[in-house]
Design a protein around this ligand. Structure first.
Ligand code: ADP
Ligand code: MG
Length: 729
């Protein structure tokens, strides 16, 4: 067995970088080559079709069947010219990643041959056999099938020989079964609510767009080392492995020189991503060894999410060409940092104003402060819900598990914004809002500089941080579909903005001037949201205590956190914004609990198998080698001498015996706990049982295995060790 490990090490350590040919063109020349973008549409669609299609893309107006036929015809021509033979609806069920089922373009031509066809109805709607996608019981209850429907706001693209059409996925009775549909609804809700609030400041605003810039963290590992670790291959993380003596203590990996194999991978990854119109901008080493990050230029939210999902699949493909595996799991290795996917979120108007950017005029600054305090209120009221939107079995290893960000949602604003808010809170409306002779408003608050927060004022431990022109939601996990978090955030913001407007309007109705009404509500929000603001070290134990005192949600049990989705307040929030019905919320929680249970169940099984088949046999073999030695010593030396010469070996034999006995007892107990949990019908109760009674065994068993790793002869240890996996040569 050990030979597999050593072969893997030998191959991994000697593997040269794969040569990547540098494109002979400028990036801008091949950017978006595989995308049916506006440039291609102009070539393949008539002006009339284009006008209607753009209206659908920009304003969500429904498209008639005749227009769909025209678009489909143009799309087909383009796709065939690009070498495509198949098409698929590309959608985002409630599993990880995306789903697709390919159909070829061919139809009978009635002369014994075939022709390539692609009618509008095939573009608009498809009916995948959806019965095996999670629905939380929605399809069973309604005995309805699911169908996919075209999302014209995200452009079609070609992967290999297949035209991929981004779609939503819903049941025939209208319940959503995917990530994309609720996101579109939430983005729409925040648009409407934000436009209404913007009208206090600028009546010409017609649209507010939600933007997202994600930062994708990931690990790379050589494919042979990966293949020698069944736990990594089956669960995405190492279930055992003693810490490497050197890991990230020297802080020498972050922003360090990129190893040549990895640089080649990144180069090809960028080359490929540009062809799909994914605007990758930054790449660098992350904190942990063999951990990296990339980030694009931010985009409209729906497109940004699709691009992230597409990128994750391109990463896997390109990694394999470079004999790597990409690890998107939130915590592949214990003892070093895990991976997140910071979601940089902002809102901007069609008049070109960033609503989270301090403005140039007093008017714009009051608007900025208005949106800022509304975000504070939204996060303050819904901190538990926002946590639920990012919590998963793998992300639980990051959040609150001795690593930033903590499992307590708080907001970092930085010293400058804090000073502005303090000033506002302590002024009267007469002091703060001054009108000059021309009835132009002046804001008598501390000056808000254009470039607000530089890197020195960054707080890397905050789960929700203001970073100058946006908020960074850092608690999102590296493997997640960003939609889960972004749907919740945009819905919370939409609901909050509606409440804000109602409050301001009620003051205006009492003949208070608009500016003063806004000021009064802002001031009360600043007072109400004190608890959620925290600029200190979110990582520390003191903060946990302090947060408890403040009454913040400190729950860390994943199954229990999901209850936040169905509280009275959350149901009201989602129903009033049209994002989810109560039935959908309940169904989705069923899926969440079931997914949690299955993930832990798989880990528990893999762990049980690995310790029984890989670890204990090897430990026993080593024990037997030691016993042999003890016997031999006994045969060669007089009793007293033999006793002292074999003392070490005997001590190790006993250590091993102790560890093996502990492992066996714990594995047996874990199996029993699983059997008991599996009998539970209710998904929620079952998930809680898995969390409370099975997860603790994982850590306990690991403890003894890691002890054995330190004792057992290195020559026969079967699994690649951390020190061998974590450093890419
Ligand atoms: P850092 O690691 O310093 O936070 P990065 O450059 O790695 O920054 O990533 C920042 C991300 O935030 C990028 O995707 C960037 O495009 C995005 N971003 C910048 N400004 C905005 C904005 N106004 N709205 C949304 N995202 C933004
Ligand atoms: Mg960042």
């Amino acid at each position: 067995m050990a030979s597999l490990r050593f072969k893997a090490i030998e191959k991994a350590f000697c593997r040269p970088a794969v040569a990547v040919e540098t494109p002979k063109q400028l990036t801008s020349d091949y950017y978006g080559k595989y995308v049916f973008n506006k440039a291609q549409m102009t070539k393949f669609l008539s002006k009339g079709t284009l006008r209607i299609l753009y209206d659908a893309i920009d304003n969500g107006t429904p498209l008639g069947r005749d227009i769909a036929d025209h678009v489909a015809a143009g799309m087909k021509m383009w796709a065939i010219e690009m070498g495509a033979t198949h098409y698929t609806h590309w959608f985002q069920p409630l599993t990880e990643g995306t789903a697709e089922k390919h159909d070829s373009f061919i139809e009978h031509d009635d002369n014994g041959g075939v022709i390539e066809e692609f009618a509008g109805k095939l573009l608009v709607q498809q009916e995948p056999d959806a019965s095996s996608f999670p629905s939380g019981g929605i399809r069973n209850t309604f005995e309805a099938r699911g169908y996919t429907a075209w999302d014209p706001s995200s452009p079609a693209f070609i992967v290999d020989d297949t035209l991929c059409i981004p779609t939503i996925f819903i049941s025939y009775t209208g319940e959503t079964l995917d990530y994309k549909t609720p996101l579109l609804k939430a983005v729409n809700a925040v648009n409407k609510a934000a436009v209404d609030v913007c009208h206090y400041f600028d009546p010409s605003v017609k649209k507010v767009t939600a933007f997202l810039g994600w930062e994708q963290e990931y690990f790379l590992i050589d494919e042979d080392l990966y293949a020698a670790r069944p736990d990594l291959a089956m669960t995405g993380r190492t279930l055992m492995g003693h810490e490497s003596a050197k890991n990230q203590q020297l802080e020498d990996h972050y922003f360090g020189a990129i190893p040549s194999r990895v640089a080649a991978f990144m180069k090809e990854l960028e080359f490929e991503s540009y062809k799909y119109g994914i605007p990758l901008k930054t790449r660098h080493n992350e904190v942990a060894p063999s951990q990296f990050e990339l980030a694009p230029i931010y985009e409209e939210m729906n497109l940004a999410v699709d691009h992230n999902l597409l990128l994750m699949s391109i990463m896997e493909r390109v990694a394999q060409r470079h004999h790597f595996r990409v690890l998107l799991h939130e915590k592949p290795y214990a003892g070093v940092n895990g991976s997140g996917k910071h979601n940089n979120w902002s809102l901007g108007t069609d008049t070109g104003v960033g609503l989270m950017t301090p403005g140039k005029t007093p008017q714009e600054n009051l608007q900025f402060i208005t949106f800022l305090v509304n975000i504070m209120m939204a996060v303050h009221k819904n901190a538990g819900l926002l946590k639920a939107s990012v919590m998963t079995a793998p992300n639980a290893h990051r959040l609150g598990a001795n690593e930033a960000p903590p499992a307590i949602i708080s907001m970092f604003l930085g010293s400058q914004i804090t000073a502005v808010l303090d000033k506002l809170e302590n002024s009267t409306s007469d002091e703060a809002i001054v009108m000059d002779e021309k009835k132009k408003m002046k804001l008598a608050i501390a000056h808000i500089p254009d470039v607000l927060i530089d890197n020195t004022d960054r707080n890397r431990t905050s789960p929700f941080a203001f970073t100058g022109n946006r908020f960074e939601f850092r608690a999102v996990g590296s493997s997640a579909n960003c939609s889960a978090a972004m749907t919740a955030l945009n819905a919370c913001m939409a609901c909050q903005l509606k409440e804000f407007k109602a409050e301001v309007d009620s003051l205006i109705a009492k003949k208070i001037s608009k500016e003063k009404a806004i000021f009064e509500v802002i001031k009360s929000y600043i007072k109400q949201t004190k608890e959620i603001r925290f600029d200190g070290n979110g990582y520390s134990d003191e903060w946990k205590e302090e947060a408890l005192k403040r009454g913040l949600n400190c729950e860390t049990s994943v199954p229990l956190i999901y209850d936040q989705y169905t509280t009275k307040e959350s149901v009201k929030l989602f129903e009033s914004t049209g994002v989810y019905t109560e039935k959908e919320l309940e169904a989705r929680n069923e899926v969440r609990w079931e997914t949690y249970t299955k993930k832990i169940q798989i880990e528990a099984r893999v762990l049980g198998d690995l310790v029984m088949n890989h670890i204990i046999p090897v430990a026993t073999r080593y024990q037997s080698m030691l016993l042999d030695n003890i016997f031999k010593i006994k045969n060669c030396y007089p009793e007293e001498k033999a006793e002292s010469l074999s003392a070490q070996d005997r001590a190790i034999v006993e250590d091993i015996a102790g560890h093996i006995a502990a492992i066996k007892t714990k594995v047996d107990a874990m199996v029993e706990a699983r059997k008991a949990a599996n009998k539970i019908e209710c998904e929620r109760t079952k998930a809680i049982a898995y969390h409370d009674t099975i997860v603790p065994y994982q850590n306990e068993i690991r403890y003894y295995v890691d002890k054995l790793e330190l004792i057992v002869d290195n020559e026969i240890w079967p699994l690649p060790k951390y020190r061998e996996m974590l450093f890419i040569r």
